[in-house]
Design a protein around this ligand. Structure first.
Ligand SMILES: Nc1ncnc2c1ncn2[C@@H]1O[C@H](COP(=O)(O)OP(=O)(O)OP(=O)(O)O)[C@@H](O)[C@H]1O
Length: 709
């Protein structure tokens, strides 16, 4: 029998950690945490729950033993293994004991200092994850009991701790919360009033993966945050099965955002930390839980997303492979945890296990996962936002909400009071508490105090948004409306990506004589089929360059000197070559918002004597096929999509300066793309969202790389 004792370097977070020493000063005059930018391991602790009554009645053996010295020992059925983790809590440890010993307090402190912190519980179904995070649920309603801390979990204790900090020691802290669940691979807002609709998970260079249209609610008291927790948990999907009478059927993520204004009298920067609690749905063996029908679908989705999480962890642990592509896009869960696992966050994992002999296999699996996870490192970075950036992002947020509210008002046929050109600092037409949605369009001015701050203004728009959404009419977000125009195009693109057409000839391309004034008048190279989107949307043109390695195309798109010919490969050729038949052409530079420069001599695109009638900004999008970069370059196809940014459509990518180039993200719908594989047969709308998102990612990746090179 083999006795395996897992060893590992202890992370610096945790009980007994030295008090925070503030040594360095940031340019803004703020104190920096010594943890800032230091490689840090995930802290992984284990909690063993007591045997439950049914387990005792059945006479299950206790096979898990806590040895002291942070080691846990499993011995049964000829299997013996020991694991050493950051801390181990036996069945007798109280909720307070787990809070004190897990390092939760330090995590809260770090979140208040601007770090992104995550505490998540994982383990087999019925192993005590929800209990550890929220305490026992009120069985009748499936809600976290009361704010009373006796049996309260890590969440309630953290709320108390944070609120204490806010009220007593750091009056500058502003707290807000969001709460979502991932159920059957769909993200749902648990706080938003009205019917739960799936929210898209998007990616941006500045924010990483994020949930669009997520409601965030400010709170200032324990009662308020407990009400949010209870309301959200009531809405979360749960069901009974053989191993747990109240089993969570979704992963839940409750995020507390902590905004701290700078301490200096003339604040030049602010800190924005986050504390996220993740209650994972438990892994389950269907033959043990007896899941069938809907429960079986849920179980399959739960297990699949946990598998994706395990896969990411395995790659992150391997020092060679963690530099390559980590497939966070394989599930919504891994996308949302990407920052906590491999980015700049700080993470505490609580592995929950049952002591019962019947759960032996799953217990060992959980402990092995824990052992791997503790080797994962992140490089925590405190988020300090410069005052200018903060103001900018606030204004942008206000502007987005203003547009969203106007769009909702239009759908509700309410009078539109703001004029088109209203500056973001002007007030919305509908304010705060006293406006009832029934009083359609009664314009009100906010109290003058609210005008003083952008935060106040933002709050008003949020309130208005909430009120409008409460109307019992199905509403569509403004972004979704804007996307409708892109849907046909995306569908076409998806088809092309799946089976790129063979080009019969490259022919001559000219500026379209029918191009509407003001539209982007570049014409696609002729394809056997009309260029996708060109027919439907006058402002979109697409080049489909079959069998062209992306590496050959990207430099030409980003910064091709006008004198060089475009490298394309005609049909039938396996390898890209400089295609002499296509004369030099000057397309555009890769910077978003760049303009057509006009055509160079001999370009087939343009009559050089005639300048472009409209020098309009365009956003280029690159679609690549297979990213095989071996000696035999074989790309399924590459597309260059030119979009007129003055028309409606997806946002052009922001500036590219100073960015670290990540590994190339996979492209939805492509061979080798997990999202494409997963999406097959899934909701076509979600599938299209994926395609549009990955367009942006792809473009950013290649543009950033070119900018760096
Ligand atoms: N440390 C503990 N002390 C006492 N009871 C516990 C403890 N941990 C869990 N329990 C009880 O065990 C049962 C299952 O716990 P819980 O619902 O938290 O499991 P879970 O891991 O969240 O399950 P699932 O993944 O199915 O949602 C509950 O009745 C809970 O009250």
């Amino acid at each position: 029998m083999e006795l395996k004792l897992e060893q590992g370097q202890e992370p610096k977070v945790g009980a007994g950690a030295k008090p925070l020493h503030l040594t360095a000063q940031s340019p803004a005059g703020e104190q920096e945490d010594p943890m800032d930018r230091k490689e840090t391991r995930l802290r992984v602790v284990v909690r063993v729950r007591p045997l439950t009554c049914p387990e005792r009645r059945r006479g299950d053996q206790r096979v898990v033993h806590c040895l002291g010295d942070n080691a846990v020992y499993v011995n049964a059925a000829g299997q013996e293994a020991a694991f050493r983790l950051s801390a181990v809590f036996d069945a007798g440890t109280s909720q307070e004991g787990v809070f004190e010993g897990s390092g939760m307090k330090r995590l809260i402190e770090l979140a208040a200092n601007g770090f992104s912190c995550t505490a998540f519980a994982f383990g087999q179904t019925g192993s005590g994850k929800t209990y550890t995070l929220m305490g026992p649920l009120a069985q009748s309603e499936g809600q976290p009991a009361t704010p009373c801390l006796g049996l309260g979990g890590l969440m309630q204790r953290a709320f108390v701790c944070l609120l204490e900090q806010t009220q007593c020691y750091r009056p500058g802290l502003v707290l807000s919360a969001s709460y979502v669940e991932i159920h059957n691979e769909q993200v749902r807002d648990l706080l938003s009033p009205g019917p739960a609709r799936p929210l898209p998970v998007r990616w941006s260079k500045t924010r990483g993966f994020y949930i669009e249209n997520l409601l965030t609610v400010e709170f200032g008291s324990l009662e308020a945050i407990m009400a949010l927790l209870q309301e959200g948990t009531r809405r979360r999907r749960s069901a009974a099965h053989a191993l747990n009478g109240h089993s969570s059927r979704s992963h839940a993520l409750l995020t507390i955002r902590i905004r701290r204004k700078a301490v200096s009298p003339e604040p030049s920067s602010c800190q924005q930390g986050a504390l996220c609690f993740v209650d994972l749905a438990g892994s389950e063996r269907v033959k043990d839980t007896g899941s069938a029908g809907e429960r079986l679908v849920e179980a399959t989705n739960i297990n699949r997303s946990l598998l994706a999480l395990g896969h990411c962890i395995s790659l992150l642990v391997d020092p060679r492979r963690r530099r390559s592509h980590i497939p966070y896009r394989d599930s919504k869960l891994t996308r949302l945890l990407a920052e906590s696992l491999g980015g700049s966050g700080i993470t505490l994992m609580v592995a929950c296990i049952s002591p019962s002999s019947r759960c032996l296999t799953e217990t060992l699996r959980t402990l092995r996962f824990a052992g791997r996870a503790k080797k994962v490192t992140t490089k925590p970075v405190a988020h300090r936002v410069s005052r200018e950036k903060l103001l900018q992002s606030l204004e942008q947020e206000i502007q987005t909400l203003r547009e969203e509210n106007l769009s909702l008002r239009q759908q509700l046929r309410l009078p539109r009071i703001l004029s088109e050109g209203t500056a973001p600092t002007q007030l919305p037409e509908c304010q705060g508490e006293s406006h009832a949605p029934g009083q359609r369009g009664a314009p009100r001015r906010a109290p003058s105090s609210a005008r003083r701050s952008l935060y106040g203004l933002l709050q008003e728009f949020v309130l208005e948004n909430e009120q409008l959404r409460r109307e019992p009419i199905p509403l569509t977000s403004s972004r979704a409306l804007a996307r409708e125009g892109q849907r046909a195009l995306a569908q076409e693109l998806a088809r092309h990506l799946e089976s790129p057409p063979a080009l019969s000839s490259w022919g001559q391309a000219r500026r379209s004589p029918e191009a509407a004034p003001g539209s982007c008048s570049i014409q696609a190279l002729p394809c056997p089929q009309p260029a996708p989107g060109a027919a439907q949307c006058g402002h979109v043109s697409l080049l489909f360059l079959s069998d062209l390695a992306p590496e050959a195309l990207a430099p030409h798109v980003s910064c091709r000197p006008a004198s060089q010919p475009m490298a394309v490969t005609p049909q039938g050729s396996r390898r890209p070559s400089l295609l002499k038949e296509v004369p030099p052409w000057e397309v555009l530079t890769a910077q978003s918002g760049s303009r057509f420069q006009g055509a160079s001599q001999g370009s087939p695109w343009e009559d050089p004597a005639q300048p472009w009638p409209q020098q309009r900004p365009v956003a280029p999008w690159l679609l690549h096929g297979k990213r095989s970069l071996g000696r035999r370059k074989s790309s399924a196809g590459s597309c260059l999509l030119l979009r007129d940014t003055q028309q409606q459509g997806p946002e052009p990518p922001p500036g590219l300066e100073g960015q670290v180039v990540p590994s190339a993200p996979p492209l939805a719908g492509q061979p080798g793309s997990s999202t494409g594989r997963q999406a097959a047969g899934a909701d076509p709308e979600l599938r299209l969202e994926e395609v549009l998102d990955s367009l942006q990612e792809q473009f950013q990746y290649y543009s950033l790389r070119d900018a760096r090179d």
